[in-house]
Design a protein around this ligand. Structure first.
Ligand code: HEM
Ligand SMILES: Nc1nc2c(c(=O)[nH]1)N[C@H]1C(S)=C(S)[C@@H](COP(=O)(O)O)O[C@H]1N2
Ligand SMILES: [Mo]
Length: 571
């Protein structure tokens, strides 16, 4: 029953999108259709002042409460529940768009924002927002934004990387409007054939622990009209929202989200690539044997060949969803079941094939692929697509695992096994959903589906179970705790609670007490992320964010053990 209702919705959605944006429709028709899609979508996802933002520098921003927070209260990094993301189909409502913020959101105003274009150009210029919006022709088109860390939690289950736990929903699609980058650079007189001006750097507005957020692309890419690179000031028909870069951000279709600088303040044309800390320390895939120490010792961060620009081909199963139960009985075994998900690739390469295996790669079934967008005039595709495959419930009964892989126009496909890398980037191994038989009651059985992970601190994926079994036994843990309380000073919860400010910031992790005061200014996540959690137990969120390296550093700040007494808990 549930299966068929769900299918029906999906069909409706794709009829509208697929039919509407097919090759035959005119530009006006397309505009009208995009408008309809956007309108239908934004109304259903509400925005509120989230209590989680209270006391942080983002408390002025309204957000959607269903987003899953991946780094605690602050900074705001979140993804939508994947089922909810898929419900909306091709265009993601802005409130549900995943968010990746390295720090506080700048409180910007349209009227006094300027974008400075500077460096190796003949006419350095500062543009106001009105000038950008009025004095240049604009382009509007749908483009999918994906974080290079999408699906990182699967890698983290093998070994924690330096990145936090993205699930499979660090991806969203919007209709963006903005000024083509080439036209801005041309207006400012970028040298046409010069050895000097090789890179175009972008810089954001926030002050972060590592300085300004910034990255760069090479001049040829920046000026390549087939790439549709824009300075975007509208998303889904409205001005940008604070979390997505208001008033203006870069959109570099087909590339990783990390290239698309938000709250854009400066464009610098230079002989050298971006010198931002974030350009070097993020958005790279280093070889598997390289950890933080080796990367520092041997300068791996600075080897240009490991930088990520274009997205790789990827696909994910979204139906069945995690923990979905499919009832098995005399009738249902003969019924069809429709597997579904999304797929994308980078560089404008179309997803040309999606395949599902029910026997660990022995045989592959070819899925139906719905590419809702029309390619640009250079034949490039900037958006995700949706795939589906009808199987019989009986087929699902006979398998332990459903896996998916996609192919793109260049015949790139996804690897069977994951490739661990220190920053946990670009995971695109086959997405595997496990099936478990379960007894629902005396005479009812079902298949329960398990996704590899659940995003952020949420537990439940099949990879997490495997990891948990490997970890120390409960007995060891109890022993450790009782032994350490003999050697360490002990503190009550009410004592710890007093240390919640800049001059004394304590935290509790796994029942140990840490004084982080002297680490505040060195913290790669910023001092605010510790301060908003000071004096509380942040075990779950600490574990979900940090690498082994961070755990080592944390130990230097241990001052004692927490004791919980009956009186304490009633305070
Ligand atoms: C003394 C205590 C702490 C230490 C030693 C520490 C250490 C680190 C380190 C080394 C990183 C870089 C990533 C990595 O190597 O894992 C990091 C990032 C981060 N930490 Fe902490 N941390 C501490 C406490 C906290 C607390 C209490 C929170 C909040 C619950 C927090 C939130 C974050 C965030 C949000 C990031 C940034 C993640 C990103 O933007 O990529 N940290 N921390
Ligand atoms: N100024 C600035 N730009 C930024 C970031 C940031 O923290 N600051 N994060 C980057 C990363 S890593 C990603 S994945 C995308 C996310 O865009 P979104 O939050 O609109 O989804 O923005 C990029 N641009
Ligand atoms: Mo990202």
């Amino acid at each position: 029953m549930e299966v068929s209702v769900d299918n029906h919705l999906y069909m409706l959605q794709n009829d509208v999108v697929g039919g509407a944006l097919s090759d035959s429709s005119s530009d006006e028709e397309e505009d009208a259709i995009i408008e309809e899609l956007v309108k239908g979508n934004t109304e259903v996802e509400s925005l509120i002042f989230d209590p989680n933002d209270e006391g942080t520098s983002d408390q002025w921003i309204k957000r959607n409460a269903s987003l899953v927070r991946l780094t605690g209260k602050h900074p705001f990094n979140s993804e939508p529940p994947v089922a909810r993301l898929m419900e909306h189909g091709f265009i993601t409502p802005v409130p549900l768009h995943y968010v990746r913020n390295h720090g506080p959101v700048p409180q910007a105003r349209w009227n006094d924002w300027v974008v400075e274009v500077t460096g190796q150009i003949t006419q350095p210029t500062c543009f106001t927002m009105d000038e950008l919006a009025r004095d240049f022709p604009s382009r509007e088109f749908p483009a999918t934004v994906v974080c290079a860390g999408n699906r990182r939690k699967e890698l983290n289950m093998v070994k924690q990387s330096t990145g936090f736990h993205w699930g499979a929903a660090a991806i969203s699609t919007s209709v963006w409007r903005g000024v083509p980058l080439w036209s801005v650079l041309k207006r400012c007189g970028i040298y046409s054939r010069s050895e000097r001006a090789l890179h175009v750097c972008f810089e954001g507005a926030e002050d972060l622990p590592g300085g300004k957020y910034g990255t760069s692309i090479v001049r040829e890419v920046a000026l390549d009209r087939s790439r549709d690179i824009i300075l975007a000031y509208m998303q889904n028909g409205e001005r940008l929202s604070p979390d997505h870069g208001f008033p203006v951000r870069m959109i570099i279709p087909g590339c990783v989200g990390g290239c698309m600088v938000k709250w854009l303040k400066r464009i610098i044309v230079t002989t050298k690539e971006s010198e931002s800390y974030y350009h070097y320390k993020e958005n790279r895939v280093l070889p598997s044997h390289v950890d933080v120490e080796l990367a520092n010792a041997e300068g791996w961060w600075y080897k240009p060949e490991y930088i990520i620009t274009e997205l790789n081909v990827n696909s994910v199963i979204t139906t069945p969803c995690h923990d979905e139960i499919l009832l098995i009985n005399h009738w249902t075994t003969k019924m069809p079941y429709v597997l579904k998900g999304y797929a994308y690739s980078g560089g404008g390469r179309k997803v040309t094939r999606v395949e599902v295996t029910l026997d660990d790669g022995e045989n592959w079934k070819v899925c139906t692929v719905d590419s809702a967008e029309k390619p640009n005039k250079y034949g490039k595709y900037w958006c995700w697509c949706f795939w589906s495959l009808e199987v019989e419930v009986l087929d699902l009964l006979g398998t332990k695992e459903i896996a998916v892989r996609a192919w793109d126009k260049a015949l790139n496909t996804q690897p069977e096994k994951l490739t661990w890398n220190v920053m946990g980037m670009m995971n695109n191994c086959w997405f595997r959903v496990k099936t478990n038989m379960c007894k629902l009651n005396k005479d009812k059985i079902g298949i329960m589906f398990k996704h590899p992970t659940q995003p952020g601190p949420q537990s439940g994926g099949w990879m997490e179970k495997e990891k948990h079994l490997e970890k120390y036994s409960e007995w060891n843990q109890i022993m450790n705790e009782s032994v350490s309380s003999i050697f360490w000073k002990t503190y009550s919860t009410s004592e710890v609670r007093k240390h919640n400010h800049v001059d004394s910031a304590w935290i509790i992790v796994h029942g140990h007490v840490y004084d982080c005061t002297h680490f505040l200014n060195d913290h790669p996540g910023g001092r605010e992320s510790i301060l908003v959690n000071a004096a509380t137990d942040c075990t779950v969120v600490f574990e979900a964010i940090h690498s082994g390296k961070a755990t080592e550093i944390l130990e230097q700040y241990r001052i004692g053990e927490l004791i919980t007494t009956a009186t304490d808990t009633t305070i």
